[in-house]
Design a protein around this ligand. Structure first.
Ligand code: HEC
Length: 146
């Protein structure tokens, strides 16, 4: 039950976007669908990260650990968004290095899962955490936007 609700949280924005694109002449390509999925996933990461910061400020351990475990779970889906080799549709900031060094990319995803799992609210430093997890992958694998 809990699981399917979480899956829905991630999939719903993706499904809505697919629905919206029906108005267009051409249906989205598999690459575009994967891009929509991963974009929704990463936006959900940002939301959860924000919720964790909020919970820390409120000193709400229960809320913190809920959002933390959601983020651990969500981080296990990163790879799913990059299954199609060299899928960099228009608007994507994915770097070709993702597929040139797929093991390295997977390791960054695994590191995020690990570090997020090991967090405690008392030790949570959003800047350090963001740099070691999100930033560490973005620096190597995401095109920097000015
Ligand atoms: C294993 C690598 C990896 C990790 C870990 C990672 N990201 Fe990303 N992120 C990416 C890549 C690659 C893209 C670009 C995807 C694309 O545009 O096709 C991206 C894009 C994004 C975007 C842009 C979404 C949009 O609207 O275009 C946001 C926001 C984001 N990430 C937030 C986060 C946050 C927050 C974390 C940490 C809690 C995080 N990411 C962790 C690889 C990662």
């Amino acid at each position: 039950m809990k699981l399917s609700l979480r899956v829905l949280t991630v999939l719903l924005p993706a499904l809505l976007m697919i629905g919206a694109s029906h108005a267009d002449e051409t249906p989205p390509t598999p690459q575009e669908k994967a891009f929509t999925f991963r974009t929704s996933l990463f936006q959900t990461f940002s939301w959860k990260f924000g919720q964790m910061v909020g919970a820390m400020k409120q000193k709400d351990e229960a809320a913190f650990s809920k959002h933390q475990s959601d983020l651990v779970y969500l981080s296990s889906m990163i790879e799913e968004g990059f299954q199609i080799k060299d899928s960099i549709p228009e608007g994507s900031d994915a770097k070709p290095e993702i597929w040139q060094d797929y093991d390295g990319f997977k390791e960054k995803a695994a590191a995020m899962t690990r570090l997020t799992k090991d967090l405690t609210m008392a030790d949570f430093d959003p800047r350090a955490y963001g740099s070691k997890t999100c930033g560490s992958c973005h620096r190597d694998f995401r095109v920097k936007r000015d």
